[in-house]
Design a protein around this ligand. Structure first.
Ligand SMILES: *[C@@H]1O[C@H](CO)[C@@H](O)[C@H](O)[C@H]1NC(C)=O
Ligand SMILES: *[C@@H]1O[C@H](CO)[C@@H](O)[C@H](O)[C@H]1NC(C)=O
Ligand SMILES: *[C@@H]1O[C@H](CO)[C@@H](O)[C@H](O)[C@H]1NC(C)=O
Length: 574
């Protein structure tokens, strides 16, 4: 009997052990006091009760359990077990030694001289399964590669999950900043509460973005543009070229030439010009005759710009997002002319542009998708986002860190690397889509040569062949538009002054020797407003210089550095 009594003892010990471990186990996992009702258990500290309820309400009448896929979250961080089927979507975290600049390099081999362009890889999930809801925790931050990776993983899960047309999928983003708006449109946000946001993404639009290279390290293939563009051609009237005139009439002539140059490429798009109160009715008539549809706007002040600075109202450009009667808008600065039809570029998504320096794009030509909520979001940020140059370019580069590169031919910046005092041909490449006239604008020079030659600090912008192309557009304009490009006496006096300085300095290119004859014949003292705007231009130059002397010192050093390392840099506002 003694031997039979000994047997249950180890069993009992085992049982005690088991209950003990179970007890410890449950206490560590139960984050809540014992009196908390068990139904509340899935509301952990990171989950407010509302998003799950909200989803259940939206995805009503389902007999089976919701399927939830988690991105950058563990199953135990979202305790909806029992209520939903939860799976974790695994992907390899991007390596720590990769930098933003690897994905947004300053220079890319655009023409594939050294072989096909390549981007570094951002790991994506191996397989995708269809879920009802993706719940993702997005890291906050500016140019942060892990943030980009998480956003792209979610986008890929959504477009590769096998949803049919008309089927709906939701995403819950957890995080202070929410998802990157470059990828998840604010238009698709349907609910938000503190750090939780529910999106109902437009999968077709998302697909477009997933098709794009992961950074500006590559130019999207032209087949992308053609493919998308082909299916969109029925929306022809929902696309437009847009420019903005504000604060002075300095660029009226430029905008007239721009419209004329676009029309000469037989574009089928609308031309829309946003003008503030400073543009006179007379000028508006000319702009209309040139081909623009005019919309009056109230200009927007850059909160960080100095009073009276040349770029004080540069944020007026943000109004292009309010043109919601268009799906896509190609904004073009008024100091560009178009040489070759750009219509096919409407196939690219927001925001597509040409590179400027570092990881940034040039805002002189940008393709965007108008959206009122995007406009509101940008306006909310004008106080929080910095701008390296106080202008719209710096701001937009903070707002759209994830952008798509267009070939530099699409916005050809007229600037040269050499500081040579000799006259150089400075020919323009043949296949340019546009020329962006940096430095002094062609219409404030004589027709005969680019007057940037006459100023030592502008000589890197000088090119007679480019100058000639602008004046060719002028020559083919209807006669009634030409007066808007007339020289005023003051403009003429300024050219003369700098010619004198160039002569005394003995610039060896000897442009100052050229006997001017041309646009003198259209000198128009009658245009008082142009007279005024000339004043403003001189003033603007002075302020600009002052700014460089003062707070822009750091920037200036960087520019110096850039010129030596990479060849070119564009200081906006010139
Ligand atoms: C859900 O069911 C209710 C009542 O049966 C019905 O009125 C409603 O239209 C259904 N909703 C959906 C999305 O099917
Ligand atoms: C534009 O159309 C006109 C008339 O159809 C044609 O003569 C001209 O060559 C076209 N221009 C371009 C750039 O395609
Ligand atoms: C600001 O606006 C002015 C006038 O429209 C323009 O010349 C300049 O390029 C803009 N500058 C920046 C930094 O965006």
């Amino acid at each position: 009997m003694a031997s039979s009594k000994q047997k249950p003892l180890p069993l009992l010990l085992l049982l005690i052990c088991l209950t003990l471990t179970l007890l410890i186990h449950t206490t560590t996992y139960n984050l809540y006091p014992d009196n908390e009702p068990p139904t509340n258990r899935y509301y952990t500290a990171t989950e407010p009760p509302s998003w799950y309820d909200k989803l259940q309400y939206m995805i009503e009448n389902r007999s089976d359990k919701l399927k939830i896929g988690l991105v950058n979250l563990d199953v135990d961080q979202i305790q909806v077990n029992g209520l939903a089927d939860v799976t974790t979507i695994n992907f390899k975290k991007i390596e720590g030694d990769k930098k933003w600049e690897d994905f947004f390099p300053e220079w890319v081999d655009e023409d594939g001289k050294w072989g096909p362009m390549k981007c570094p890889e951002i790991p994506m999930p191996r397989d995708y399964e269809k879920v009802d809801v993706v719940v993702a925790r997005v890291p906050d931050g500016g140019r942060d590669l892990f943030r980009l990776q998480v956003n792209l993983v979610v986008a890929n899960v959504l477009v590769n999950g096998g949803w049919d047309d008309g089927e709906v999928v939701y995403v819950v983003f957890i995080g202070k900043l929410g998802p990157m708006w470059e990828i998840f449109r604010c238009d698709d946000l349907i609910w938000e509460e503190s750090d939780y946001r529910i999106y109902k993404p437009d999968l077709k639009k998302l697909q477009q973005k997933v098709n794009m290279p992961v950074g500006s390290c590559m130019i999207p293939s032209s087949s992308f543009s053609q493919k998308v563009y082909g299916t969109q051609s029925t929306y022809k009237s929902r696309e437009a070229y847009v420019t903005v005139l504000h604060s002075s009439e300095t660029y009226v002539c430029g905008a007239i030439a721009l419209a004329q140059s676009i029309l000469q490429t037989n574009s089928s798009k609308d031309l829309v010009l946003l003008a503030d109160h400073s543009i006179t009715p007379k000028s508006l008539t000319g702009l209309k005759a040139a081909g623009w549809k005019i919309k009056l706007i109230e200009r927007i002040r850059s909160p960080r710009a100095k009073k009276g600075a040349y770029n004080e109202y540069n944020y007026s450009k943000l109004r292009i997002w309010q043109l919601t009667e268009y799906d896509k808008v190609m904004f073009i600065d008024s100091d560009l002319i178009v040489l070759k039809n750009l219509d096919s570029f409407f196939g690219y998504p927001q925001l597509s542009a040409v590179g400027n320096d570092k990881y940034m794009f040039n805002s002189g030509l940008i393709l965007i998708e108008p959206s009122q909520c995007m406009f509101n979001a940008l306006m909310e940020k004008i106080f929080t986002f910095g701008s390296y140059n106080g202008g719209d370019q710096g701001f937009l580069n903070e707002a759209f860190t994830w952008w798509h590169r267009l070939h530099s031919r699409v916005n050809h910046l007229k600037v040269f690397n050499d500081h040579d005092q000799l006259m150089i041909e400075r020919e323009m490449p043949d296949d340019l889509y546009t020329i962006h006239f940096l430095g002094l604008k062609p219409w404030v020079c004589y027709k005969d040569y680019d007057c940037n030659w006459d100023m030592s600090d502008r000589r890197r912008y000088a090119s007679d062949p480019a100058h000639k192309k602008w004046w060719h557009v002028y020559d083919t304009m209807p006669a009634k538009l030409k007066p808007f490009c007339g020289l005023t006496r003051k403009m003429d006096a300024r050219i003369q002054k700098w010619r004198g300085i160039a002569k005394r300095s003995g610039f060896r290119d000897e442009h100052w020797k050229i006997k001017e004859k041309s646009n003198i014949d259209i000198m128009l003292p009658a245009y008082e407003t142009l007279e005024e705007c000339d004043d403003e231009e001189n003033k603007a130059d002075m302020i600009h210089v002052k700014e460089i002397d003062g707070s822009f010192n750091n920037q200036l050093n960087e520019i110096g550095h850039k010129i030596t390392t990479s060849g070119w840099f564009v200081l906006e506002g010139e």
